[in-house]
Design a protein around this ligand. Structure first.
Ligand SMILES: [Zn+2]
Ligand SMILES: [Zn+2]
Length: 410
């Protein structure tokens, strides 16, 4: 190995607090080096005080980072040889070798190759690294930028930022820098990324929809801007974790203001929720529970429900539909979801029948209340009850849900 690569005796000073640590990276043979590290590991005592522990963590991190730089130089050398041996070979070959044999991610492997390649073009960065002013991740971002902007790379413009900010923040700033020197190329890259957007929809065995996709940064930011405000905790008794809140927000966003023209075939027994009734059917779903059919029918989300006997129940009949002046009156009265603590605005809400029209309830204001999609679902499928009190509405948890929650208005 010696002689092929310049195996440098590196000295660096790692400064922190009042301490100063001087370390040396010495060219041991691989075997000796390994034994040496293992020996150090075995005889090491866990530092006793917090100060000693912090000192040791930073000392070891410094050693690892120096080794990372050495690794990067060898990775770049491997790539140089791969290229020399076969002019057709792509950079990906070396990256793949590193991925499989050194068990690294693609980005980590590419970063090391780029650091090794670009180190000579970044002498001040290398100095700052050996002086402990920046870490290896900063050097990797510098190298990534140098590869991207090629001859426009200006080490002096970036190094002060690397010394000031964390690697994550520095990466963000390096993208800004890239835009200043090659706006057209950045725009092209973003457009290329947008061309690669995809969304896969699949149905699992239990009928759930599985969503998997990738969006370019700009589309992704727009989607997040739309979905994040809807994914905040809402109302009393919101015990959902963030993934659950995001899923609910995604559903809410994609179905907002939609008249879902979904045809469901159901028996009258299913619609009435009678014991022994089979599930309703829809082309995209496994059999649907009568509770869900009941909720959809509550605000006439379904355009129509077809009975098994092919007799359509027109859920759009005037007296059941909450449209026009009656919907506007309900929106003006309630303004937002009436679940205590929930302020999802009226345009995002369903009109819920306190007594369902299936059971003879009227589509009149006194029998209606605005509920957002989540709280509407909780009432129909979740067996929560909403009781009208002098102060508004009080939710009552189903008995099996949480024994510690109130069983009456509180
Ligand atoms: Zn309802
Ligand atoms: Zn609500």
């Amino acid at each position: 190995m010696k002689g092929v690569l310049e195996w440098r005796l590196a000295a660096w000073v790692w400064r922190f607090g009042e301490h100063e640590f001087m370390g040396f990276s010495i060219a041991f043979s691989n075997e000796f080096s390994y034994n040496f590290s293992m020996l150090e590991f075995l005889i090491a005592e866990v530092p006793k005080t917090r100060g000693e522990l912090e000192f040791e963590l930073q000392r070891v991190r410094g050693e690892i980072e120096i080794r990372e730089l050495y690794f990067s130089q060898m990775a770049a050398e491997l790539q140089r040889r791969d290229r020399n041996e076969d002019s057709e070979v792509s950079d990906k070959t070396t990256i793949d070798w590193l991925r499989h044999n050194c068990r690294m991610t693609q980005q980590a492997a590419a970063d090391r190759i780029h650091v090794g390649e670009k180190l000579a073009a970044m002498p001040r960065t290398e100095d700052a690294f050996y002086n402990g002013l920046i870490g290896f991740q900063h050097v990797a971002v510098m190298a990534r930028t140098a590869v991207a902007v090629e001859e426009k790379f200006d080490e002096a413009a970036l190094l002060p930022l690397a010394m000031k900010y964390s690697p994550g923040k520095f990466y963000h700033l390096s993208l800004r820098y890239r835009h200043t020197v090659q706006a057209k190329k950045v725009a092209e890259e973003q457009a290329n990324l947008a061309d690669q957007n995809f969304l896969k929809l699949a149905t699992s065995e239990d009928g759930c929809l599985m969503v998997n996709g990738v969006f370019d940064p700009v589309s992704g930011a727009a989607i997040r801007s739309a979905i994040e405000p809807l994914a905040k905790p809402m109302g009393m008794h919101d015990y959902r974790d963030r993934p659950k809140r995001l899923a609910d927000a995604f559903f809410e966003l994609t179905t907002k203001n939609l008249t879902v023209s979904m045809q469901v075939t159901s028996s009258m027994e299913t619609l009435l929720g009678l014991v022994g009734a089979e599930g309703a059917e829809n082309e995209f779903s496994v059999p649907i529970s009568s509770k869900s059919v009941e909720r959809w029918a509550c605000d006439s989300t379904l355009s129509r429900i077809m009975l098994k006997e092919s007799v359509p129940i027109d859920v759009g009949r005037a007296e059941r539909v909450l449209k026009g002046p009656r919907r506007r009156a309900l929106m003006a009265r309630d303004k937002h979801c009436q679940w205590p603590g929930c302020e999802r605005p009226a345009s995002w809400c369903d009109g819920h029948h306190l007594v369902h029209w299936i059971n003879g309830g009227e589509t009149e204001l006194k029998n209606m209340v605005l509920l957002c999609r989540r709280h509407h679902r909780m009432v129909h499928e979740g067996d929560w009850q909403l009781v009208k009190t002098d102060e508004g509405y009080a939710p009552i948890a189903p008995s099996y849900f949480s024994p510690w929650l109130p069983r009456g208005p509180n």
